[in-house]
Write a new protein. Structure first.
Length: 51
């Protein structure tokens, strides 16, 4: 599941660079870093839950 989520977030980052997604906070191309921060936070939660 975590690999699928990682892949989906990576695809979202690529799409954000090509054409902004338009969601609040993701209206400009340079906002792709916010998806990366969210991905890191989700991965940290996943690691904590698995322990």
């Amino acid at each position: 599941m975590s690999k699928a989520l990682t892949l989906l977030l990576f695809i979202a980052m690529c799409l954000q660079l090509i054409k902004p997604l338009g969601y609040p906070g993701l209206r400009q191309r340079r906002d792709f870093w916010k998806i990366a921060v969210f991905a890191i936070a989700v991965m940290m939660v996943t690691v904590l839950v698995r322990r």
